[in-house]
Design a protein around this ligand. Structure first.
Ligand code: FFO
Ligand code: ATP
Length: 207
């Protein structure tokens, strides 16, 4: 547990039952207070980190179920880093796979699998060098809990060069989560109160 998140959920209550943990975490996210303040703090930390990283192609996502919405930050980043490209996931639910499709702020979106918005024009495929990863829960070391589809783990398997930034709220920190063999550690996890994950110290020192 990190010092700035005294509320990390003890997994003891649920053992390592990922489905039960997911339910509790999603309920916590729905009950979050001061969402606007938290979103502003997380958005500012994310923008600062991205300007320092200077991605060529940033993979993002369209928020659902109370996730942090990164799209406003993309528009700000485009102004700060001329030439930066973006991509959004397009899900093939039957194959349980996703790929990334080029997208720029203002381009059309339409509802896709699970009701998540995706680019309306999805013929091209992009290969992001930096990826924003929505987290249902996380542990300090950079392990992430998602919705249980395994989409990000499958996408990232064999793409170890992609720099991964998990986005979460501090209330969704778990004190322990047993890694499964397919789980991919995230390089960095940003919340409204700080940085976690493999690269957290570097992020802190960049402010
Ligand atoms: N905004 C956003 N987009 C994303 C993800 C995400 O976490 N957030 N994904 C991250 O992976 C992928 C979609 N993954 C998902 C995986 C499961 C469910 C879902 O609703 N599962 C049902 C279980 C039913 C089933 O297995 O078919 C459920 O939770 O009730 C939704 C999205 C790609 N796009
Ligand atoms: N690289 C992989 N190859 C094959 N199956 C995988 C791989 N990664 C994950 N899976 C499968 O996907 C399922 C869900 O994994 P997990 O519970 O870690 O999902 P998640 O990370 O929470 O979901 P998501 O990424 O969709 O938000 C597991 O049953 C796992 O076996």
């Amino acid at each position: 547990m990190s010092p700035d998140s005294p509320t990390a959920i003890p997994t003891g209550a649920h053992g390592q039952d990922r489905a039960a943990l997911r339910r509790e975490l999603l309920a916590r996210r729905e009950r979050l207070e001061d969402r606007d303040t938290k979103d502003a703090a997380l958005g500012a930390a994310l923008l600062r980190k991205l300007i320092a990283l200077r991605p060529a192609c940033l993979g993002a996502y369209c928020a659902m179920r109370g996730e942090f919405d990164p799209l406003p930050i993309l528009a700000q980043l485009a102004r700060a880093l001329p030439g930066v490209r973006f991509a959004l996931p397009v899900v093939d639910a039957r194959a349980r796979r996703m790929r990334f499709v080029p997208w720029m702020p203002g381009d059309a979106l339409q509802a896709g699998a699970y009701g998540i918005d995706e680019p309306a024009h999805a013929a091209a495929t992009a290969e992001p060098d930096t990826l924003l990863v929505p987290c249902v829960g996380f542990v300090e070391a950079g392990l992430r809990l998602g919705y249980g589809g395994g989409y990000y783990d499958r996408y990232l398997a064999g793409r170890s060069e992609v720099y991964t930034i998990g986005l979460a709220y501090a209330a969704c920190e778990l004190d322990d989560l047993r890694a499964e063999p397919h789980d991919q550690l995230l390089d960095l996890i940003l919340t409204e109160t700080g940085a976690h994950g493999l690269d957290a110290d570097a992020a802190d020192s960049q402010g």
